[in-house]
Design a protein around this ligand. Structure first.
Ligand SMILES: Cc1cc2nc3c(=O)[nH]c(=O)nc-3n(C[C@H](O)[C@H](O)[C@H](O)COP(=O)(O)O)c2cc1C
Length: 365
């Protein structure tokens, strides 16, 4: 099976299945000397864990990371860095009756067609449990970026059709987003979502939503201008997260209805600062595939969780139509738990491009 690695210099390989012994990652290319401990990994892993309440799965994993290699006396050695997270709360019997059945909206059938054999317990490697390994790797990338004054923040921008306040609204608060179970940055939107999610959950159904991500402090000049454009790599990274069906940068799809005069972001006179500022950010901070020094802004749309409690009609592996009822533990909407995953994938792209940028110009050592 190909495609388990991501990145060129800061290169991450993830491993593990939902109901196997463990998941984890190996990072090749982490710069030597970076200060790192398991505490740096715990915060984001805790944010990815189900937060309780009605929106998340009731599967409770400790997600305690263990660093097996690549760190000595609290600093990265520059050697392969291995992180392992043991699975402790598998309940594989929940999946026995799904062994020969294809869950609608899930990867079961296409995995069987492609490989002829699959780990049906919890979706195996197609399960979002794999994202724990991405979040661990992303936390290392984030540490490197923080030392370069780059910060990444994402939040739920909408859930079940209820939209959060925008960053310019008074009610917008990232502290509030971290305090409520939906990661929505406004109290009244969180209240409306709570009753909507309860209604959807009681009906045995699920909901979709949008995660918005902003990166601040990003220097101009990141991104390789042909195939490895910054927006192309971010799209690859974010679209590789399960349930993501679309991504848009800056003004996104709405640019198609704008005039050039509205869409072009005007650069302001430098006025002593070395950092370019702009009057608007319709480009999402990217021009020609290269960061332009403004905030990087994008949104990713997540489909409703495919595993729903209500009865569904599907087929089994003999092609016979059958009715199924999915009894495993599932999220009602993935957005709150996807927020740290989106941040992690963004961090992986940016750390890699920052290291690649060091090779872009002739510099003397
Ligand atoms: C953080 C996160 C949590 C998820 N939780 C669930 C879940 O509890 N149940 C489920 O069926 N799908 C869940 N998904 C979605 C599936 O992983 C995804 O829909 C499935 O692998 C099929 O892939 P596709 O939707 O990208 O085509 C989750 C996804 C993410 C990112």
């Amino acid at each position: 099976m190909a495609g388990n690695s991501f990145g060129q210099i800061f290169k991450v390989t993830t491993f593990g299945e939902s109901h196997g012994a463990a998941l984890g990652c190996i990072i090749d290319g982490c710069p030597a000397g970076l200060r790192l401990s398991v505490d740096d990994l715990r915060r984001d892993l805790a944010r990815r864990r189900p937060g309780g309440g009605g929106v998340s799965t009731s599967r409770k994993e400790d997600d305690e990371p263990e660093i097996l290699s690549g760190v000595f006396e609290g600093r990265a050695l520059g050697t392969p860095l291995t992180i392992v997270i043991h699975n402790t709360a598998q309940r594989s019997q929940d999946y026995d009756k799904l062994k020969n059945v294809y869950r609608p909206g899930h990867a079961d059938m296409v995995w069987d067609i492609k490989y002829g054999f699959r780990d049906y317990r919890g979706g195996g490697r197609s399960s979002a449990r794999e994202t724990a390994a991405r979040v661990a790797a992303g936390a290392v990338a984030r540490k490197f970026l923080a030392e370069n004054e780059v910060s990444i923040r994402a939040w739920s921008q909408s859930i079940a059709g209820i939209t959060a306040p925008s960053p310019n609204d008074d009610e917008f608060s990232l502290d509030e987003a971290e305090a409520n179970e939906f990661r929505i940055p406004g109290r009244s939107a969180a209240g409306k979502i709570a009753s909507k999610i309860e209604e959807i959950r009681s009906a045995g159904d699920s909901a979709g939503g949008v995660v918005e991500c902003h990166v601040n402090g990003l220097p101009a000049g990141l991104g390789e201008p042909v195939f490895d454009k910054l927006d192309a790599l971010l799209s690859h990274a974010v679209m590789s997260i399960g349930a993501v069906k679309a991504i848009e940068f800056g003004a996104g799809f709405s640019v198609s209805g704008m005039r050039g005069s509205e869409c072009n972001d005007r650069a302001l006179p430098l006025a002593g600062s070395r950092k370019t500022k702009y009057l608007s950010n319709n480009s999402g901070g990217i021009l020609g595939g290269i960061s332009n020094g403004d905030s990087l802004v994008f949104r990713a749309a997540f489909k409703p969780v495919p595993s729903i409690a209500r009865k569904q009609i599907t087929i089994d592996n003999t092609g016979k139509e059958i009715e199924i009822e999915i009894t495993g533990r599932h999220d009602v909407c993935v957005c709150p738990r996807a927020v740290p995953v989106v941040e992690a994938m963004t961090a992986l792209v940016l750390a890699d491009l920052m290291l690649r940028a060091r090779a872009d110009r002739n510099v003397t050592f």
